[in-house]
Ligand binder design. Sequence first.
Ligand code: DQA
Length: 145
Amino acid sequence: MKFLIINGPNLNLLGKREPGIYGENTYESLCKRLKDFAAAHDSQLDCFQSNHEGAIIDAIHGADGVYDAIVMNPGAFTHYSYAILDALKAVDVPCIEVHISNVHQREEFRHKSVTAPACVGQICGLGLYGYEAAIRYFLEENGRP
Ligand code: DQA
């Protein structure tokens, strides 16, 4: 399978950004871990990160017909980007939304995801493992254990 991992604003600062919440592993180490995991499962995986809403929308559009699945952590855009919601609805690529932290244990504004309705499902609070769990789901759904 071909996977596109999309990370939104501030996730490039993983490892440095609020490590008590997001952990000490860097964005680069996350990408390496996911690429290695995909390769071990006969799959291909690209990582994309942007702090800009339009660039994320372009990446979603570009995934259509190219990738089999998207795993996306939209960062704070989760809570207010109707444009990302619409982009997910416009393409034919299934997406799982991932949050590193348990957003429901945090501020009220993080409890609502406007983007999750366009996703197969949402994973939160499992740390970086959440991305791998999403990939595992898609592999299993596609009959590749
Ligand atoms: C996050 C949770 C969001 O509320 C926050 O704005 C982020 C990261 C997470 O991975 O837990 O940037 O998506």
